[in-house]
Design a protein around this ligand. Structure first.
Ligand code: ADP
Ligand code: MG
Length: 477
């Protein structure tokens, strides 16, 4: 039997407002537990919530960025449930009338294939507190600081067909909210997290299978792994003639598996009703138009521009643009250097990304500034150094040894382009290796590489490779 995977994601994005969605309490991360939840966040008797306009603005910006319909009237509803991390016994969310509906998002897959994913809705809601299970051995700690932090929950259509598509979609949403500046997108701190709904159906069947929902995945890798695990598990259950139970599951990263958490609740379990303390949110068309004008250049537009302006491939443009700061850094390098944009792209996506990853440093805090990298590329371009030496210099710049010219000077790395100097090296290598010369002359072309290697070695990597090649060809005729 051939199975097809069906995936829909619900992504919770914490909005970057200074205060909570219905109160003036601070949203700053990392405060002492239970110092930032005020009476409104806790829902103490007699309090009244007041909507934070900034949260509305951010939700509208998101809606515009995904070509969605922004509702001129939306309504907050109470979603009733009792968990210890939500002391008032309900969460204020939106149910029947969300602020954003019917958006779309284009994703690009590894093979360059493009696919449009539908966004069913994005609604405003408040976050709950946090249960802390690890700090205490015999009890659970409750930190209510996060209560009332504004979120948008972005619900996709069940349009994805593989873990790869789901991750591409999630990355694109992440990229967009960062471009819009409506969230810091920090996944370790829980500002961006995802619930993955997964089901299987026999290939060719129209009707969807029963799904499970794996909650609170806070990294791209966990989403990918949890989905892979669910696919294997569900196929196994189905092929053994059993049925998938619709339920909520948890992903355990240590064991790399999902586990059942609770049976799936239905909407009616939540006894939704419009929150009597909050007025409907009415948005004037002029407010929407005002915000439309303020939209920044978004990833898709930037990719198109990068391809045209810098003559980059799809792949390079996609990867440079994904992260707003990387795109900015790249453009600064290009602006400050005479080298081709393609060379800048190679360095930013290659050597630079590799060390940033390795040392876990954000590009904003990169010890090699865009200006310094531009300087390095200029020295490659004007033949002062070879690309190989450039890598060595880059490492030195990374360790704080100064800019490119200072390092070339200090380490004596200037490329040898004086042809008489290179000629002397070439002659020495030819004279030292009569056996190999014989082989070359008898038709073993591959030996040529050996000679190039020897000359480069003798010059400590500093001879201009093109000149070495030319001179060797000439002398070994
Ligand atoms: P609920 O409100 O109970 O969470 P929704 O119908 O709003 O359920 O769907 C939540 C998410 O699950 C959406 O992203 C949707 O695309 C996805 N989804 C719905 N049905 C399926 C299915 N059969 N397989 C995979 N994903 C699904
Ligand atoms: Mg849901």
């Amino acid at each position: 039997m051939q199975w097809e995977t069906v995936i829909g994601l619900e992504i919770h994005v914490q909005l970057a407002t200074n205060s909570k969605i219905f109160s003036g309490a601070s949203t700053a991360y990392g405060a002492e537990p239970n110092t930032q939840a005020c009476a409104v966040d806790l829902g103490l008797p007699g309090v009244l919530p007041v909507l934070n306009k900034e949260a509305v603005r951010m939700a509208v910006m998101f809606g515009l960025a995904v070509d969605a319909k922004v509702a001129e009237r939306s309504v907050f509803a109470r979603k009733n449930y009792f968990y210890p991390d939500s002391p008032k016994g309900y969460q204020i969310s939106q149910f029947e009338l969300p602020i954003v509906e019917h958006g779309t998002l284009e994703i690009v897959l590894g093979d360059g294939e493009r696919k449009t994913i539908g966004i069913t809705r994005a609604h405003l809601e408040e976050d709950a507190g946090k249960s802390l299970h690890e700090e205490f051995s015999d009890s659970t700690g409750i930190d209510l600081n996060r209560c009332g932090t504004p979120l948008i929950e972005i619900v996709s259509e069940p349009d994805m067909r593989s873990a790869e598509e789901a991750v591409a979609y999630m990355k694109k949403i992440h990229s967009i909210v960062r471009y819009l500046g409506i969230s810091d997108g920090n996944m370790q701190e829980g500002s961006f997290r995802c619930d993955a709904n997964v089901s299987m159906r026999p290939k060719g069947q129209e009707e969807f299978g029963t799904r499970t929902e794996t909650k609170n995945l806070n990294s791209f890798r966990f989403v990918e792994r949890a989905i892979h695990y669910e696919i294997d598990r569900q196929i196994d259950v189905l092929e053994n003639g059993r049925e998938i139970v619709q339920e909520t599951r948890l992903y355990d990263a240590n064991k790399d598996e999902t586990r059942s958490m609770r049976s799936k609740e239905e909407a009616n379990d939540y006894r939704y009703f419009p929150d009597p303390d909050l007025l409907p949110v009415v948005i004037e068309p002029s407010f929407i138009e005002e915000l439309r004008k303020q939209l920044p250049e978004l990833p898709t537009e930037k990719i198109t521009r990068f391809k045209q302006e810098y003559d980059l491939s799809d792949y390079d443009a996609e990867n440079l643009v994904m992260n707003k700061e990387t795109a900015k850094y790249f453009e600064e390098v290009v602006k400050n250097s005479n080298a081709k944009a393609k060379l800048a792209a190679n360095w930013v996506l290659g050597d630079l990304s590799a060390v940033l990853n390795q040392d876990d440093i954000e590009i904003n805090n990169c010890p090699v500034s865009a200006g310094m990298l531009a300087g390095l590329l200029d020295r490659i371009e004007d033949n002062t150094i070879s690309s190989k030496i450039a890598k060595e210099i880059f490492q030195a710049m990374w360790s704080g040894e100064g800019d490119v010219d200072a390092i070339i000077e200090a380490k004596g790395l200037k490329q040898i382009t004086d042809s008489s100097e290179i000629e002397a090296l070439v002659e020495q290598v030819i004279n030292d290796n009569p056996g190999q010369l014989e082989q070359y002359k008898s038709g073993k072309d591959k030996v040529f590489g050996f000679f190039v290697g020897q000359v480069m070695k003798l010059s400590k990597g500093k001879a201009n490779p093109q000149q070495v090649n030319d001179l060797l060809k000439d002398k070994m005729k």
